[in-house]
Design a protein around this ligand. Structure first.
Ligand SMILES: [Zn+2]
Ligand SMILES: [Zn+2]
Length: 116
């Protein structure tokens, strides 16, 4: 299994092994919520993804978007867009082995910081 979790370990998850798209998102919402220049997401079918222990806290960041983070350490874990509820975007930075999922495309490039 592909596994990951938050900084403190309260939230853990598993993803069925497979080939998944890895995407850099440069949108301003991702930037603010993660306090990072951009966020790399692994695009996973919801039925391949499961939380293992404590479920994360949900935060609605837009009319369609719900972000999931650890209530203890605040680590960002996932995002689900209500327009595509069958897909979970998993923060690559929360994976145990993020190096195995290099991003292959960039989205919201118009919002990209020029120095990235
Ligand atoms: Zn945590
Ligand atoms: Zn974004």
């Amino acid at each position: 299994m592909i596994e990951g979790g938050c900084f403190c370990g309260a939230v853990r998850y598993a993803i069925e092994p497979g080939e998944y798209l890895s995407v850099n998102c440069h949108c301003s919402m991702c930037r603010r919520i993660h306090a990072a220049p951009f966020v790399t997401w692994l695009v996973v079918p919801a039925d391949k993804f499961a939380y293992l222990a404590q479920a994360p806290q949900a935060f609605r960041s837009s009319s369609n978007g719900v972000r999931y983070h650890c209530a203890e350490c605040g680590g960002q874990i996932a995002c689900i867009n209500g327009a595509h509820p069958d897909i979970v975007d998993v923060a690559v930075g929360s994976l145990d082995r993020p190096g195995e999922f290099p991003p292959t495309r960039d989205v919201f490039r118009d919002d990209r910081l020029s120095w990235t």
